[in-house]
Design a protein around this ligand. Sequence first.
Ligand code: SUG
Length: 447
Amino acid sequence: MQAFEANFDGLVGPTHNYAGLSFGNVASRNNEKSAANPKAAAKQGLRKMKRLADLGFHQGVLPPLERPSLKLLRNVGFTGTDAAVIERAAAEAPALLAAASSASAMWTANAATVSPSADTSDGRVHFTPANLSAKLHRAIEHEETRRSLSAIFSDEARFRIHHALPGTPALGDEGAANHTRFCSEYGTKGVEFFVYGRSEYGGHGAEPKRFPARQTLEASRAVARLHGLSDDATVFAQQLPDVIDAGVFHNDVIAVGNCNTLFCHQRAFRDQASVYDQLSTKLQLLGGAFNAIEVPEDEVSVADAVSSYLFNSQLLNAPDGRQVLVVPQECRENARVAKYLDSLKDRSTSIDEVLVFDLRESMKNGGGPACLRLRVVLNAAELAAVNPGVWIDDALFGKLDAWIETHYRDRLAPEDLADPGLLAESRAALDVLTGILGLGAIYDFQR
Ligand code: SUG
């Protein structure tokens, strides 16, 4: 059956800021406590969506979550009116207020792991929201994310939205950022590739030493089981521990896949040759030919990959059949990475074109083009069952652009999180947004 890959980008929320919350994510730490521009951030993300929609890609949008999260602040003991809760948190526990205020749900590659219906035992598209248990500001996302996904993919005959795995170190799950699917065509059964950083019960000491590994093998296997994937069509691979220590906190910082192609760094996985063999053998059983485009360390180092986000790119099949690589501006600013990209036209790879985007506001928190999108492969009937209000077209772009212009600040510094007015502004904005997207009452304050 014919199917398409749709990309659902996270709309950057009104509280976008730099709080240095993600130890192990180099950009987040480097920009800690600098002032952010939420309006520019949201517009940069929206412009990416619009340009890809204009090029003929199926492009949807996922709404931001309500931030600051009063639920978190009340759960950790702050009481009184909403304004009093924020003022007390700002005075007594600014780090908790920062966690409650993060707009981190914009990185929808971490929203969930998604398996297309061609791969699952019950023939439905399966979603498992990621528990993101490694970081407090992210661990509070999954219930609200599930609510948004359920409002968008509401047809239970076609879509199965699981609950997140229990949020505990043994089952740390970061969603699609550590998951890729290989296939010959989107609509036929594919090989699902799960990448983890450590194993809770069978790791035998192979773990990073400096930075945390956020995803466990146990979580990856649990998601594959929940989705009803078959053993002959799944591959599990471990990241090299020392690249996590170099800042590769998710696999999508060092590898990206599309159809039969894996574009990755030479130092992405343990036993990389055996990983390629497994992918190749399993894809061949399904009639596909695996193709790895590996970038050697002596052309682009792991440090170059981390600072430029070369592999946090989107590899997309354009409607005319060409394969397009969507990279952030920072790739042009790193001489070695720019040279590699320029050389692509002279190499016989399957990448036909490179598109460059300014996503600087998101990049300063460690979120490139691939972080900002959740891929969902859908056949025609599934595509028709998606809540139609989330597809980006000229009309929705215009409405969202005007909405951002009206409701977003152009400067948000760490001290501004103490302002209870930000909550009121954010709620007013999200209330209008639910009307624009037609999703019903998805936020707690609307209930
Ligand atoms: O989880 N940054 C996010 C970036 C997520 C990128 N996603 C993918 N690679 N798919 C994270 O580390 C920083 C927030 C702050 O410091 O204010 C943050 O959460």
